[in-house]
Design a protein around this ligand. Structure first.
Ligand code: SAM
Length: 199
């Protein structure tokens, strides 16, 4: 598919996806705001424009196996399932994962496999992945995730301390050579776990 067509499809999906489906309670009414919002358990649903941007930077297609770390509300997962092939998504908070499963099943996605656990370790059983999206911030690039990235792969991961991080794009070429590029400032909650921040 041509890049212009990909962009058009992503824009259309972005504008038609009702974000309020992924939010409960008081915050539902702010679903249309371009802001991260609380989803309970001290976690957030990401800012829509950032989800759009990060999805576009992954350059997804239907042949891709995609790993997502930090299912959260499932909002970003919907984009990965819409434009990627098989999606593997890991969330450490079981209540968030259960709700995301329900929402995404109700939306009819059949290409998502969910796991409750420590995603800082990735999901080695199904590696390698063509695309990896990490939606929580690590202190340094988790090498264990880079190892699970396929050749010709792309991975996005926020790196830095609480409050402000750099969004890092990691690419692997056909020979497995790794490059990093800083795409700019972002703010995500912390990636907890063995290869993230300790709880
Ligand atoms: N993209 C999600 C959305 O749009 O709703 C938002 C993700 S939220 C910013 C980050 C998520 O990462 C939280 O739900 C948090 O519980 C989860 N998380 C943090 N550390 C994790 C880990 N080690 N493994 C799996 N999930 C983790």
């Amino acid at each position: 598919m041509k890049p212009e067509e990909q962009k058009k499809n992503l824009d259309e999906f972005f504008y038609h996806l009702d974000r309020s489906v992924f939010i409960e309670g008081e915050n539902k009414r702010y679903a249309g705001y371009d802001e991260a919002l609380s989803i309970g358990y001290e976690q957030t649903i990401s800012m829509p424009s950032l989800v759009h941007y990060m999805t576009s930077k992954l350059q997804l297609d239907k042949r891709h196996r995609v790993l997502e770390i930090g299912t959260g509300s499932g909002y970003q997962t919907a984009f990965l399932a819409e434009f990627g092939g098989k999606v593997f998504t890991v969330e450490r908070i079981k209540e968030l994962s259960w709700k995301a499963v329900e929402r995404l099943m109700n939306m009819g996605y059949k290409n998502i496999q969910f796991k409750i656990g420590d995603g800082s370790e990735g999901w080695p059983e199904f590696a390698p992945y063509d695309r990896i999206m990490v939606t929580a911030a690590a202190g340094s690039i988790p090498e264990i995730l880079v190892d699970q990235l396929a050749n010709d792969g792309r991975m996005l991961v926020p790196i830095g301390p609480k409050g402000l991080q750099d969004l890092i794009l990691i690419t692997k070429d056909s020979k497995g050579r790794v490059e990093e590029k800083n795409l700019g400032d972002v703010t995500f909650v912390e990636l907890k776990g063995e290869y993230g921040w300790k709880s």
